[in-house]
Design a protein around this ligand. Structure first.
Ligand code: T5A
Length: 222
């Protein structure tokens, strides 16, 4: 992700969480946001697809599977359209005000999910340039977990509800996504940190917190 001039002048910090299904992103974000708020920092918690009313409408369309028949390129365009709205209306304004933004998924999810579905990298990169427009995460936490465990956690949380469009794709897809997220984290070590998401939630929360402190020193911002 290449910063452009419109990414300058953003005073808040931008943290994204990435990883496969059921790796615990939502749980860990809740805990991190709590700790940042305790330090007195202004924090906005958001998610993708979503984060604006338009983004949430696109989320419903995508996760229901209604766009699946149009193919992976169209799905990637829809994720990117939601991201343009999210960056323009929610993320950039918050960062400009000095608010910390913590997002459940961001552009790396498109690279991994839609990349594995066959969308070509030049198209993904072009859409990323347009949708991010210079807004780049300061830190990306990639939660790494055996897909069997992640699937079991997601199934427990879902209960009787049906799996969504991307949850229902099977173990091989989950395993390929795990490999892709690991490769992505390795390819961009200045921004990404791979965190073992095995174990009890509070232990993982401590790993996440240590990383945030090391990378972004939140205590100094207070
Ligand atoms: N997508 C998204 C794309 O294809 N391209 C894109 O560009 C983007 C942005 C979004 C879907 O869209 C796809 C990817 C996704 O499939 P979503 O509903 O937001 O869908 O789903 P996910 O992001 O995959 O989130 P999940 O809800 O599956 O999982 P989380 O957030 O990783 O996990 P969490 O915290 O909800 O935990 C799941 C369950 O496990 C428990 C929790 O209590 C919960 O019940 N849990 C633990 N249990 C035991 N030990 C621990 N340490 C635990 N941590 C959590």
């Amino acid at each position: 992700m290449v910063p452009s001039p419109r990414g300058r002048g953003l005073r808040g910090r931008f943290i994204t969480f990435e990883g496969g299904e059921g790796t615990g992103k939502t749980t860990q974000i809740r805990s991190l946001v709590h700790r940042l708020l305790e330090l007195g920092l202004p924090v906005l918690r958001t998610r993708e697809p979503g984060g604006t009313s338009g983004g949430e409408m696109i989320r419903s369309l995508l996760l229901s599977g209604a766009a699946k028949d149009f193919g992976p390129d169209t799905e990637a365009v829809l994720f990117s359209a939601a991201r343009i709205d999210h960056v323009d209306r929610t993320i950039r304004p918050a960062l400009s005000r000095g608010t910390w933004v913590v997002s459940d998924r961001f552009a790396d999810s498109t690279r991994v999910y839609q990349g594995l579905a066959g969308v070509e990298m030049p198209l993904l990169s072009a859409m990323e340039r347009i949708s991010l427009d210079g807004v780049r995460p300061d830190l990306t936490i990639v939660l790494d977990l055996d897909p069997e465990i992640g699937r079991a956690r997601a199934a427990r949380r879902r209960g009787d509800a049906a799996a969504d469009r991307f949850e229902g794709e099977g173990f091989d897809a989950d395993a390929a996504r795990r490999r892709a997220f690991r490769a992505l984290a390795k390819s961009d070590p200045d921004r990404c940190v791979l965190i073992d998401a095995n174990g009890a939630s509070p232990e993982i929360a401590d790993r996440v917190w240590r990383t945030v402190v090391e990378r972004l020193c939140p205590a100094r911002e207070v």
